[in-house]
Design a protein around this ligand. Structure first.
Ligand code: ZN
Length: 183
């Protein structure tokens, strides 16, 4: 698979324009190469980690207070930081965005999103209560039953798909890991 999207435009070393082309060292993938200093920029996907916080057949959603998708509803999630595990990152994001009391559970969804060069991982998280103290990234944090989920007001397709699988598994009485791709 190849992608033609130009991910970066300027050299990180000297600031000159880059061109996507094959390096002359035998590399078979096009790389962003500086037109002036010829630095080859290797770019790799980022991990987004989050949780499905749940209690009594309801899930916690956060109304975003930051762009992108400000005002839309999301599960707590964000970019993984260096020196943390995926589960630690998911728990950290849940603390930061919702201020929730919870116990982190098993991995639930693994989604490749090649269009934006990301991998999203969501863990189940069992809420201890429904008292939240959201941080600045969140306008409002509250619980939703399946019937109340604002499906048309969700921030991201990854959130929509994860919630869909959550309620399917809830009805089936068995939670499994779901691995799939999002175009
Ligand atoms: Zn350069």
């Amino acid at each position: 698979m190849s992608y033609q999207r130009q991910w970066i435009k300027h050299c990180r070393a000297c600031g000159s324009a880059v061109t996507y082309r094959l390096p002359d060292d035998g590399d078979t993938k096009q790389r962003a190469i500086c037109n002036d200093c010829h630095l080859v920029h290797y770019e790799n996907p980022l991990n987004v980690v989050g949780t499905v916080p749940h209690l009594d057949q309801r899930v916690l959603l956060c109304k975003r207070n930051i762009e992108p998708r400000k005002g839309k509803w999301t599960l707590p999630a964000g970019f993984m930081e260096l020196a943390e595990t995926t589960a630690e990152g998911a728990a950290r994001e849940t603390m930061e965005e919702a201020g929730a009391n919870f116990k982190i559970g098993p991995l639930f969804t693994v989604m490749s999103v090649p269009r934006v060069g990301q991998v999203h991982l969501y863990y189940l998280a069992e809420l201890i209560n429904d008292e939240f103290h959201p941080g600045f990234e969140t306008q409002e944090a509250r619980m939703f039953s399946e019937a109340d989920i604002p499906w048309d007001e969700l921030a991201f397709r990854t959130v929509q798909e994860t919630l869909k699988h959550y309620f399917e598994d809830l009805h089936a009485g068995k939670f499994e890991v779901h691995t799939f791709n999002i175009d």
